[in-house]
Write a protein that binds this ligand. Structure first.
Ligand code: NAD
Length: 293
């Protein structure tokens, strides 16, 4: 049993923390939203009065927060109050620069740290099958891996500080671009009189094959579990896709990488969001490509 503090008990954090409790760990939780604390209490967490109180006795501190500014402010608040030798794991999706700053804050207090963003959404968080992409020193990763296991289907050590966030935004830039490409192909197929199933049967086993077709097909029918079959209820909301694409473009600019398709995908998802689709699954962009809202 490990004593764990979990800060940020939203859509992802609460089911992730619940899996740690199920695995036999003692988890102290904190969030700013009372309703989220009620859910956490029901899941067997001990509720702390603030973040500093949550981390006081913890061997491992996990954060699952909206963005870089929240992670840096929480780290600045708690790093000096954590136990000597505690390990900090941030699983939020944040920009690489903030991730490296968070590592520096932890290191400044003699703490080991790992950035470990996830892929798999709320379904993966509940099922304990998330993919964790970890960045940090070997020693920190070795300590983090067994703690992450009850929440994970796969855990990949991607490199040093910030490498987990780098892997996450590169992966999601591919996803944003590929979903638009797949959507365009289905819209073209419709205009050419080709059935959705026929295009799926060919492309899912040919050179156009990708996750956006085989696991998350943006038209109803071929993949029964995809959000297209449920009126594009997320899943993975367009607002979160736009967030990740923006992070990819900030990183590309800072690193001097040329990502014209990533830039185009960011623009298209910005428009899609601005038209009132922030809460729609990101695969719903196919309707925008058809010219519909
Ligand atoms: P969420 O908004 O549901 O949860 C974030 C929680 O952090 C909220 O409950 C909020 O009250 C809390 N919070 C904010 N500031 C705080 C503070 N100072 N102290 C304590 N709590 C604080 O978001 P989510 O969907 O759980 O996502 C969390 C992170 O995971 C984000 O970075 C997101 O991009 C990433 N992510 C989300 C998904 C998804 O499908 N939802 C998938 C992969 C990654």
């Amino acid at each position: 049993m490990t004593s764990i503090a979990f800060i940020g008990l939203g859509n992802m954090g609460n089911p992730m923390a619940a899996n740690l409790v199920k695995a036999g760990h003692a988890v102290a939780g904190f969030d700013l939203v009372a309703a989220n604390l009620d859910v956490a209490r029901g899941n067997g967490l001990t509720i702390a009065k603030d973040a500093a109180a949550a981390v006081k006795e913890a061997d491992v501190v996990i954060t699952m927060l909206p963005a870089g500014k929240h992670v840096l402010s929480v780290y600045a608040d708690i790093a000096g109050k954590a136990k000597k030798g505690a390990l900090f794991i941030d699983s939020s999706t944040i920009d690489v620069e903030s991730a490296r700053k968070a590592h520096a804050i932890a290191a400044g207090h003699g703490l080991l740290s790992v950035d470990a963003p996830v892929s798999g959404g709320t379904g993966g968080a509940t099922a304990g099958t998330l993919t964790f992409m970890a960045g940090g020193a070997k020693e920190a990763f070795a300590k983090a891996e067994p703690v992450l296991k009850p929440m994970a289907g796969r855990i990949v050590h991607c490199g040093d500080a910030g490498a987990g966030q780098a892997a996450k935004i590169c992966n999601n830039m591919i996803l944003g671009i590929s979903m638009i490409g797949v959507g365009e192909a289905f819209v073209l197929a419709e205009k050419l009189g080709l059935s959705h199933q026929a295009l799926f049967d060919v492309a899912s086993t040919s050179s156009g094959q990708c996750w956006s077709i085989t696991s998350y097909c943006p038209v109803p029918g071929p993949v029964p579990t995809s959000p297209a079959n449920k009126g594009y209820k997320p899943g993975f909301a367009a607002a979160l896709m736009l967030k990740d694409l923006k992070l990819s473009q900030e990183a590309a600019q800072a690193a001097g990488a040329v990502t014209p398709l990533g830039a185009e995908a960011t623009q298209l998802y910005a428009l899609f969001n601005a038209m009132g689709n922030a809460d729609v699954d990101f695969s719903g962009i196919i309707n925008f490509l058809r010219g519909a809202r």
